[in-house]
Design a protein around this ligand. Structure first.
Ligand SMILES: Nc1ncnc2c1ncn2[C@@H]1O[C@H](COP(=O)(O)OP(=O)(O)OP(=O)(O)O)[C@@H](O)[C@H]1O
Ligand SMILES: [Mg+2]
Length: 279
């Protein structure tokens, strides 16, 4: 059974006349690192709000079809229960951080769920190690940098042991160096914990090397979900109005001028390997 299943799901926000999601059929499996990409307003954030029950339980509107998370209908299970399966880190983590210090911030969610003290201590140690925030535990969440806040938000959610970790533009407020560090960290967590990570990200050049699969959205519809190699070598990606990686644009030109026949590389390293073969 898939972790998340959308069955013919459509959703329109209450004060809007257009459907933000149109007839979504989608299955998310375990142990995958997925990039969710698409033009602005295409419905990416709306899609993930459905995965933890915020839609339709918190955002009112009109919906058709069904969403199952671990077999549970998202309209029939509480958001609190869903949060132990699906954890979401939103774009501005400072709005999610509420405690007096980082350590308590991470413990807070577990305490709310009634996790026993001993287990809280154990989990704290594990997520602090995973997110490498040992040196900022005593600081207040508003006294740390954007990149550190991202780590703390990730640690707080990981402590609840979700099967799916979703991040909505986690690097939007970070410089490329810190963005790269967060992405490396996510890859490490994904491999170590074998969870599914879904990341919404506009900076494809940064994120492509790390992900396995890509979901492409446009105007509320899912256009494609497949292995990243297949997606970036296909016509849908090419025609989508999104910020393509520089490597992609160069190799697309080479391909269209019949200078290479191989698939377009997804990272600088793959591009170098391909060039080496040609030299
Ligand atoms: N709370 C809301 N109430 C009404 N309409 C909304 C709400 N949130 C989003 N929408 C609308 O739903 C559509 C999809 O928006 P969504 O935020 O899901 O897009 P997105 O792909 O995440 O865009 P971006 O890349 O800019 O974050 C848009 O037309 C948007 O205006
Ligand atoms: Mg969005």
């Amino acid at each position: 059974m898939a972790l998340i299943t959308f069955q013919n799901f459509s959703f329109r926000y209450k004060r809007s006349d257009i459907y933000a999601l149109k007839n979504i059929n989608l299955e998310i499996e375990t142990n995958e690192f997925i990039l969710l990409a698409g033009e602005t307003g295409s419905g990416k954030t709306t899609l993930i709000r459905c995965m933890n029950g915020l839609i339709p339980q918190f955002y009112s509107g009109y919906y058709k079809g069904k969403i199952l998370v671990n077999g549970n209908d998202t309209t029939k299970i509480s958001i609190a229960d869903l949060s132990t399966i699906v954890g979401i880190v939103f774009q501005t983590p400072e709005n999610q951080l509420i405690a007096m210090n980082v350590e308590y911030e991470i413990a807070f969610g577990m305490e709310n769920l009634g996790v026993p003290r001993e287990l809280i201590k154990e989990k704290l140690e594990e997520v602090i190690r995973l997110t490498e925030i040992e040196n900022i535990l005593d600081r207040a969440p508003f006294e740390i940098s954007g990149g550190e806040q991202q780590r703390v938000a990730i640690a707080s959610i990981l402590a609840l042991e979700p099967e799916i970790l979703i991040l909505d533009e986690p690097t939007a407020n970070l410089d490329p160096f810190f963005a790269g560090k967060i992405l490396k960290l996510l890859k490490k967590i994904q491999i170590e914990k074998k969870i599914t990570i879904i990341i919404i990200e506009h900076r494809l050049d940064l994120v492509l090397p790390f992900v396995d699969e890509i979901i492409l959205m446009k105007e509320g519809e899912i256009l494609q979900k497949d292995d990243k190699q297949k997606v970036i070598n296909g016509p849908i990606f090419k025609n989508l109005n999104i910020n393509k990686p520089l490597i992609y644009s160069i190799f697309l030109q080479l391909k269209e001028n019949d200078l290479i026949k191989e698939p377009i590389p997804v990272s600088i390293q793959e591009a170098i390997n391909l060039i080496k073969q040609k030299l």
